[in-house]
Design a protein around this ligand. Structure first.
Ligand SMILES: [Zn+2]
Length: 291
């Protein structure tokens, strides 16, 4: 666990750390309630104490409470380390480390010696995710053929009300044996799905070519994401855009696709279509994506 914390270390303030407080869990207390009492977040308290399931908190358990938004980790000195190299590695002032560890002679640290390093508590908060836990879980069950996929192409359904299953039937009736032409559909809340819900199509589950572009070579290499709605008439919903952002970032990471390889149907196939409509702005969407 400590190793993970070390890698998560982002930044550090120079103030000194007081010893962690201990809280003994009483009857009827919850982790959230205890976190609130000490002014720290539940996730911090959970991570700090290595609690996997916050619902299984037993009476009498001793919880370490980080003080003043700061806490500490213990680093064991390795061969070749100096206090200076440790300080710079953890972005901590050398004088702070010396003071905190009561080291008067800076060049006198020994291999195996334990050094207390203060860290900001905010590093324990989980990373932001725009994808719901269930979507992420479903996505993670599929192993993408990362070398196959070179770009992400965004489409709209051009229908104000629709759902992925209906599109699947329509595409099948059009003669597509694999049905739904897109790999993903993001709902606008019409019909059965909720606003921003991501439908994972059969073509993504089986890592099949898309059917969303005219050229075969494009279908073989492009991940097709369709947002339900007619964006010639109105904008996508805020939740659709967040879902698209989360999904794009996920796919970029999994398939090593760069931000410059996120495009739209009309940009890729000029003078052929207006898809995904004039109210979908690719430049403003790309501003949301971290490269
Ligand atoms: Zn399209």
């Amino acid at each position: 666990m400590r190793k993970i914390w070390i890698f998560l270390l982002l930044s550090f303030g120079s103030s000194l750390v007081l010893a962690d407080q201990i809280h003994v869990v009483q009857k009827n207390e919850t982790l959230g309630g205890i976190a609130q009492k000490y002014g720290v977040s539940t996730s911090t308290l959970q991570a700090f104490n290595g609690i996997a399931n916050p619902n299984l908190l037993f009476v009498g358990k001793k919880l370490k409470i980080p003080k003043n938004g700061l806490s500490e980790i213990t680093y064991v000195v390795k061969k070749g380390d100096s206090l200076g190299s440790i300080a710079s590695r953890f972005k901590v002032k050398l004088s702070t480390l010396a003071l905190l560890n009561k080291i008067d002679r800076l060049n006198l640290i020994k291999v195996g010696q334990k050094i207390i390093i203060p860290v900001k508590e905010t590093i324990y908060s989980p990373p932001r995710s725009l994808l719901s836990a269930s979507t992420l879980q479903s996505l993670n069950m599929i192993r993408p053929h990362s070398s196959k996929w070179q770009r992400i192409v965004i489409h709209h359904s051009a229908t104000p009300v629709d759902d992925a299953m209906n599109m699947h039937r329509v595409h099948k009736a059009r003669g597509m044996k694999n049905g739904l032409a897109y790999h993903f559909v993001i709902s606008n809340g019409s019909r059965k799905a909720y606003d921003g819900e991501i439908y994972i199509g059969g073509r993504w589950r089986a890592q099949l070519d898309g059917g969303h572009m005219k050229k075969r070579s494009w279908n073989q290499t492009s991940i097709g994401i369709c947002l339900i709605g007619n964006f010639e008439l109105r904008s996508p919903t805020a939740k659709q855009l967040s879902a698209l952002e989360g999904l794009s970032e996920y796919l970029m990471k999994k398939c090593r696709i760069s931000k410059s390889a996120i495009t739209t149907h009309k940009i890729l196939h000029k003078n052929h279509t207006v898809c995904p409509g004039k109210y979908f702005s690719l430049p403003s969407f790309l501003k949301r994506i971290s490269s």
